[in-house]
Design a binder for this molecule. Structure first.
Ligand SMILES: NC(=O)c1ccc[n+]([C@@H]2O[C@H](COP(=O)([O-])OP(=O)(O)OC[C@H]3O[C@@H](n4cnc5c(N)ncnc54)[C@H](OP(=O)(O)O)[C@@H]3O)[C@@H](O)[C@H]2O)c1
Length: 370
């Protein structure tokens, strides 16, 4: 959906200073990059935060210098190639996701700045009271999943934030989906796994939900919101659509959750979140059931990939001897058209290369990234 724009040069500092300033944390990140693009598209005045999350003085200086009205935090460690990393890097995980986040909450709260935190709904797991297809998890249910260090710390820090900082909006994303084959996209991840589980889950289609995040901040909403499309969709349903729209000869193999657990360091969360609270605030979400909206994702993806392939072909056409012009992306596993696309995060070291960067080989198959 959003074209990757030259957001770094579009901080609009010189523009009308009466316009509220948005500050995005997570400059090199996937979601941070998308938020920057969206703010540019919406012609908002915005800039990235430069400070590291754990550097309290530097963050304070930056907030005092630029005086943002809104801070959007999409920074944190999620692990590379996946959350298993957090099991072996507990201090680093805490430093960013707990200490860093609390520092940001504290400093913005002191200055009465609205903070939106892009958090996770991977703090729940289907249980007897919330079986697949049954009762869903509301914002008030206590977390019941701590099978990974990542999820454990996310659940703990969310509680600290919600009972302490009244300026903070917590948006619980799950298995984010974009209209491209960026390596962070849940579709890309599962299409590269050797084997996948097949479990319905709540998911966040970024095309639908990120504009709602901007509106939510403008409305100065605070508290916790499940931040996914309504409903749930299974891995197989997604992969069937992937085969239909993107790669006709694509095949996948299922395995059970028990088999999956044997090849992973940490367990993965599977759940369906209740979106009533978000739908009440944003009734337009009612039309965006994940089963319906996912079709739009694949339709846009198909167009995006075809356009990229065309652009790539044009670039290499005039001088056939010219070496590959694919500095931005290479074809991915899925088809000759697949690439990281214009919406990828600012392809830094933090953003894995498209498609193939997903954990494919040594630890082949987890169907649920986070
Ligand atoms: N992607 C998912 O599957 C998913 C699912 C649910 C929720 N979320 C939430 O959404 C947020 C963003 O996810 P993402 O996929 O965009 O992650 P990402 O691509 O890994 O980006 C993370 C960003 O955080 C920055 N960062 C990490 N540690 C930092 C620190 N100590 N100080 C300042 N910046 C730091 C990284 O910068 P450097 O590269 O410079 O370290 C990077 O810009 C995460 O916090 C995650 O909890 C993501």
């Amino acid at each position: 959906m959003f074209q990757r724009l030259a957001h770094a040069s579009r901080s609009r500092e010189a523009d009308d200073e009466k316009e509220p300033l948005w500050m995005v944390v997570g400059k090199t990140g996937w979601i941070g990059g998308k938020l920057g693009d969206l703010l540019t598209q919406q012609r908002k005045r915005w800039r990235f935060m430069e400070s590291r999350l754990q550097d309290r003085e530097a963050i304070a200086r930056e907030l005092d210098e630029h005086k943002p009205s809104y801070v959007l935090n999409a920074a944190g460690v999620t692990g590379r190639p996946n959350v298993d990393w957090c099991e072996d890097n507990k201090q680093e995980t805490i430093r960013a996701n707990v200490i860093g986040l609390l520092t940001l909450c504290d400093l913005t709260n002191e200055r009465k700045i609205h903070l939106s935190n892009f958090a996770t709904g991977c703090i729940y797991s289907y249980d007897d009271a919330h079986p697949i297809g049954g009762k869903t998890f509301t914002e008030d249910d206590p977390p019941n999943f701590d099978g990974s260090f990542y999820s454990l710390t996310k659940g703990l820090v969310e509680k600290m934030v919600r009972i302490t900082y009244t300026n903070v909006l917590v948006l619980r994303l799950r298995m984010p989906i974009s209209d491209d084959l960026n390596g962070r996209n849940f579709i890309t991840k599962i299409s590269n796994y050797a084997k996948v589980v097949n479990i319905p889950n709540s998911m966040t289609i970024l095309h639908d939900l990120l504009p709602i995040a901007i509106k939510a901040a403008e409305r100065k909403l605070t508290g916790v919101y499940n931040f996914t499309n309504p409903g749930a969709i299974s891995h197989n349903q997604i992969l069937d659509l992937y085969a239909k729209y993107i790669k006709p000869d694509f095949k996948y193999v299922n395995f059970s959750e028990e088999e999956q657990n044997k090849i992973l360091k940490a367990k993965r969360s599977n759940n369906e979140l209740n979106t009533s609270k978000l739908e009440k605030e944003f009734p337009e979400l009612k039309d965006l059931h994940v089963q319906k909206s996912i079709v739009g994702v694949f339709e846009r993806m198909k167009v995006n990939l075809a356009r990229e392939a065309e652009e790539k072909a044009k670039k290499s056409a005039p001088a056939s001897t010219a070496s590959s012009s694919s500095s931005s992306s290479s074809s991915s596993s899925s088809s000759s058209t697949a690439s990281t696309t214009s919406t990828s995060a600012p392809t830094s070291s933090s953003t894995p290369a498209p498609a193939k960067a997903a954990p494919t080989t040594a630890a082949p198959a987890t169907a649920t990234a986070k």
